[in-house]
Design a protein around this ligand. Structure first.
Ligand code: TA6
Length: 299
């Protein structure tokens, strides 16, 4: 069920009590709770909940530009716009949603947007919660018969973790990455799982469709599945950078990790009438049985 109070947030609930809260400001998922009511996404205690700032946490949508090496504001304007509930969305027929509760949001460029990014697009976002409480986001960007345009994209996903020094990522071993801490210089990841003991800000390129984020202390594993998104951004600001962020507590880097399904290394280009789809599915499983969910054995 979803109850949209006509205000600026939509709640989606699963029959077993899992829930998702989506803000029309930015089309941003701001909360994802499992059926025990545990919050699975990080939100800063110092988050600023008012335009034009994107709330620090949840899953901000970075579009049409990831990062700040372009002409637009950092991470583009989509996360700082008011989206609308899309009543014309195609009906959720049962088989392509297998009992999922969903909400469809829509973003079109304003006159001001067209001044800074002169491309006619329609961005439809479907946020769904499965019977098992898995969260899925499907973005469809269409070029509405303008001229061809290119964009970069990320689901800027703030996962809640118990202690960053007890977290590791599996699935990115041996990949190349662009290091945002050294002018996006290209490196190759070593052969073992990624662990954290300092600031990390990397774009892993050409990554597999399934990544596991293991929170040792909480005995919880996040499974990140993605389609149409070849890269994964991994970010933790650590202590020094945290102190420079007004909407982020000095110690909060210990309880969060950004693992963003993204298209960054190679921009996506749409010809008039073409549509791109980028899918993200997040599951949070007890680590004891994560092997049932992974396409490869848990380490
Ligand atoms: O995750 C990559 C990154 O570009 C970091 O460099 C950091 O800036 C982060 O995004 C947060 O960006 P924001 O604009 O949300 O403060």
């Amino acid at each position: 069920t979803k109850d949209w109070n006509g205000g600026d947030q939509v709640v989606i609930r699963s029959p077993r009590g899992a829930s998702v809260l989506v803000s029309l400001h930015g089309g941003q998922v701001v909360s994802w709770r499992n059926e025990r009511g545990e919050e699975l996404l990080f939100t800063s205690s110092k988050a600023i909940f008012k335009p034009p700032k994107a709330m620090r946490g949840g899953i901000p949508i970075c579009f049409p530009q990831f990062g700040n090496c372009g002409t637009l504001e950092q991470h583009g304007f989509a996360r700082n716009r008011i989206w609308t509930v899309d009543d014309e969305a195609p009906p959720l027929n049962h088989n392509d949603n297998n009992g999922k509760a969903s909400v469809d949001l829509l973003l079109k460029p304003s006159e001001d947007d067209l001044k800074c990014w002169p491309h006619c697009f329609e961005f439809r976002l479907r946020v769904s919660l499965s019977m098992d409480g898995d969260l899925s986001l499907v973005s469809r960007v269409r070029n509405v018969n303008g001229k061809p345009f290119s964009f970069s994209f990320a689901y800027h996903t703030y996962l809640s973790v118990s202690d960053i020094s007890e977290v590791r990522i599996e699935g990115l071993e041996t990949l190349d990455y662009l290091d945002n801490l050294s002018q996006r210089e290209r490196f190759t990841e070593q052969g073992d799982a990624i662990t954290f003991e300092s600031e990390v800000d990397r774009v892993y390129v050409g990554s597999p469709s399934v990544i596991a984020v293991l929170d040792h202390e909480k005995k919880r594993t996040f499974i990140v599945r993605k389609e149409g998104l070849p890269d994964v951004v991994v970010w933790n600001p650590w202590d020094k950078k945290s102190k420079t962020m007004a909407d982020f507590g000095d110690e909060e880097y210990k309880q969060m990790l950004c693992v963003d399904a993204a298209a960054v290394e190679r921009a996506i280009t749409l010809k008039p009438g073409e549509e791109w789809t980028g899918k993200l599915e997040l599951s949070a499983v007890a680590s004891t049985n994560c092997s049932d969910h992974l396409d490869y054995p848990c380490s």
